[in-house]
Ligand binder design. Sequence first.
Ligand SMILES: [Zn+2]
Length: 306
Amino acid sequence: MRKVIAVDGIFLKSRYGGVLLSAIAQDAENHIFPVAFCIVDSECDASYKYFFEKMRSFVLDTPELCIISNRHPSIGKMVSVVFPSAHYGYCMRYNIMMINITELINAVLLDERKFPITALFDVINKQFAEIFHERRMIFLDIGTKFVPSMEAIIAENTELGNKLLVHQIANYRYVVTGHEAIAIVDLKSKSCSFRVFDVDKIPCPHAMAVLRCQYGEDYGRRIYEYSCLYYTVDTYIMAYVEEIKPVPSEDSWQVPIEILERKISPPFVEPSKQNAAIAMQYSTTNVLAMKNSATNVLAVKIQHLM
Ligand SMILES: [Zn+2]
């Protein structure tokens, strides 16, 4: 998994309000990979501190870790407290990843944002359990070393590299010319003066041309030695090997006594004409007949408030 985690908060639309905090990474196929979800009453220092502290139990605080966001000032503040070694970046620099992730989460949870908390987590759990299973199985018989999107980049860069001219200037160091630009490639340090090879960790067209010059006919196999193992099909499948288990039934929960004893008042809700109209549509009989659906959980609450 890339060590870049995007953090965002989505406002919930249920009667109890709240914000769903999410931390998401990207896999080698640029699919979103859920890291953590948490529901808090509002976005503030205390909420993000709690969220990041829970994340620390399974996300290592290292200089290679980068946490990005496009939102609240508390995110950057608490990243520096809980993940002091990690880098923090605003969305301006990483906007494509951030927009994709936020849109996807919003799309996946469009209706569920109106659900009560337990139903919302149930949906998140089921959706990602299915996605994990699909992704575990999808590349099992694919027969390539890297995932399809990376194999496509290798093919494209190989073709572009075939049009470039290469001159060796030292052991493992080459000058590559083409398209009126000159690049210097160092195979030992796996770097190119254009920096794409260094950052993406897969040979750029310049590096492809150099590999062809250095290894001759054998260079197709060598491409993988100069690429990051992160792109292999095996690594991809390993990311999804853990099953997402369903939330156990409520009677098996071990709730601390101080939580059980805490009295929580229902939220204040201003009665409105719209609520009254909705409540009228649901007689007690209807609610009992459809009591398993989340819509009716809301209906019961609306009647209770009347
Ligand atoms: Zn290059």
